[in-house]
Design a protein around this ligand. Structure first.
Ligand code: HEC
Ligand code: HEC
Ligand code: HEC
Ligand code: HEC
Ligand SMILES: [Zn+2]
Length: 442
């Protein structure tokens, strides 16, 4: 379909006026809800107000949008599995797949991370949960496509085609486990041509690379494509960008945002305007009950897994300077003033925060909420190492064996980097060394 696109952002009033009309000849609105790069994030850590997310909250946000726009198309640009390959990631992927099946997506594109546990693992979950995967350029061992190249969906009197592909450049040399990714140009052109014969609007789920790559792709992709929904890692496009007559948006990672793109179609179904919204999943976003059941299942199974496979590191590694951790109670013996002050900070009760979240055995949480995790003399468990719970003295001053025996041996100097190991961009987006240091003065 040819495009007559103007870079206009249509205001809400105009939408209200438009949505009242119906019939083939009238203008129409098409809402696309999009996600991508979920990365197996079943539940986020909740370390700060700005870092909420997770499957249950995201699901309820999508449900609200869908209640307001029942004809919305719901798609994912790929990488719904974790980028990592540990036992915990396998479990996250299984839970994510079950949730993705229940979410009633219209189409889910495949990214390279979706093959991290092999094509067979992916296929069995896709089959069990009925995830509507698509991909124009990935084939399995027997050279058969792993998924259909596209989906054709009817929404009212608008026919929507969705095609997806994976850019081989993002796969890197390791390749896909149990599958092969091929150059995408030819299969994508074939798929879009086939789709354009039937569809009024063609959406391309482009697992392409960063935003620049996405823009470059949108500028020279098959002309039948009306909308590019790009993904992989890193990028944000608060507004829909008009690139040479087609609209491009980029997905945000780890279930923390939901994208909503509203298209206005004229009477011959050309896209004449687009309005993009990127909705954050926050602490206030309710948890969808059905999805929360899966999240609880994840936690229950993770507990079992941690126990069976001993996923929590035991304190074996010797810290870099050769001294081992002795625990905050030893420091208290000579530094009662500092200890009293430290006890009033959030660091002292950081382990309680994990208890509150019922995630005190989650290997992905404890490292920053206890003292000396994985190192000799460090945290072992709540019963045996009580004074290694929370962010103790030695997390900032270094393992204290030497200094505690002979104070002439200096502790490790502190600096901003002491903090940003834990106060990273993701968990502590408001971190400011000056302000934060004043707040823990002792
Ligand atoms: C036996 C008593 C004693 C113990 C136990 C002790 N300190 Fe000290 N600490 C001192 C003394 C004395 C000084 C002052 C040293 C100086 O001024 O030369 C000091 C100084 C420090 C300083 C200032 C910087 C430096 O290195 O001189 C820090 C920080 C510190 N201690 C942290 C700790 C921590 C953390 C622990 C627990 C692992 C600890 N101390 C255990 C006696 C102790
Ligand atoms: C081992 C990880 C770790 C290190 C290192 C660390 N922090 Fe923290 N910090 C935390 C955690 C975890 C919390 C949240 C505690 C809670 O409430 O559960 C926190 C909370 C805080 C808070 C309170 C924030 C609030 O909104 O209440 C301040 C302030 C803070 N840290 C400052 C610092 C400074 C300054 C440094 C470096 C000198 C530092 N932290 C180093 C893990 C760390
Ligand atoms: C890389 C370090 C790191 C990891 C890993 C981490 N946290 Fe945190 N967490 C922090 C820091 C830093 C803060 C304090 C943030 C701030 O206030 O700036 C925090 C704060 C929190 C808080 C307190 C929020 C509040 O209300 O004050 C909770 C709860 C929490 N984390 C839970 C978790 C859970 C659950 C996990 C595992 C999924 C986890 N954390 C993993 C660093 C970490
Ligand atoms: C979150 C990081 C952090 C934790 C936890 C922490 N400190 Fe500190 N501590 C600092 C920083 C930062 C300074 C300031 C250093 C500076 O300004 O040179 C400091 C300073 C000190 C000093 C030197 C005070 C002075 O007057 O020079 C002592 C002693 C000390 N801390 C002991 C402790 C003890 C004991 C504990 C545990 C009860 C503890 N600290 C926990 C970060 C921390
Ligand atoms: Zn990817």
């Amino acid at each position: 379909m040819t495009l007559k696109v103007k870079a206009v952002f249509v205001c809400t009033l105009a939408f209200l006026a438009l949505s009242g009309s119906s019939g083939r000849n009238a203008t129409a609105e098409l809402v696309i809800i999009y996600t991508g790069d979920s990365g197996g994030e079943v539940e986020s850590c909740g370390c700060s107000d700005l870092a909420y997310g997770g499957l249950a909250r995201r699901a309820s946000l999508v449900n609200v949008i869908r209640a307001n726009h029942p004809a919305a198309v719901f798609v994912d640009a790929g990488d719904f599995f974790s980028p990592n390959v540990g036992e915990q990631d396998r479990l996250k992927n299984e839970i994510t797949a079950e949730a993705y099946g229940a979410f009633a997506y219209d189409a889910v594109n495949l990214g390279e991370d979706d093959f991290n546990f092999g094509a067979d693992f992916l296929e069995s979950l896709v089959d069990s949960y009925g995830i509507p995967v698509i991909s124009a350029n990935i084939s399995a061992k027997n050279d058969k496509p792993v998924a259909p190249p596209f989906k054709l969906i009817s929404r009212g009197d608008v026919k929507v085609g969705v095609v997806g592909f994976l850019n081989p450049e993002v796969v890197a040399s390791k390749g896909l486990s149990g599958a092969t990714v091929k150059p995408y140009k030819k299969p994508l052109a074939e798929a879009t041509r086939a789709l354009a014969a039937e569809a009024d609007v063609v959406i391309c789920l482009a697992h392409i690379g960063n935003v620049e790559k996405a823009r470059a792709f949108a500028a020279r992709c098959p002309e039948e494509i009306d909308v590019v929904i790009a993904g992989h890692r890193g990028g944000r496009t608060p507004q829909a960008e008009n690139v040479k007559g087609r609209w491009m948006v980029y997905t945000r990672s780890r279930n923390r945002y939901v994208g909503m793109l509203k298209l206005t179609l004229d009477d011959s179904r050309n896209v004449v305007a687009a309005e993009n919204q990127v909705l954050p999943v926050t602490r206030e976003t309710a948890k969808d009950e059905a999805t929360q059941v899966l999240v609880e299942k994840y936690h229950a199974e993770l507990r079992k897994l941690v126990e069976e496979k001993k996923l929590l590191k035991s304190p074996e590694e010797v810290p870099p300077d050769g001294f081992i951790y002795v625990g905050s109670s030893v420091c208290a013996g000579c530094h009662s003033l500092q200890t009293n002050r430290w006890q009033r900070t959030a660091h002292a009760t950081a382990y309680e925060s994990l208890l509150g979240a019922k995630r005190e055995t989650d290997p992905e949480c404890v490292a920053c909420h206890v003292t000396g995790y994985g190192f000799r003399g460090g945290f072992l468990n709540a019963a045996r190492t009580r004074d290694r719970l929370g962010v103790g003295c030695e997390e900032c001053h270094g393992p204290g064996e030497g200094h505690a025996q002979s104070p002439a041996i200096k502790t490790q100097p502190t600096a901003a980097a002491t903090c940003t190991r834990c106060h990273d961009e993701e968990r502590s987006p408001a971190f400011d060394y000056g302000k934060y240091r004043d707040a823990i003065k002792h």
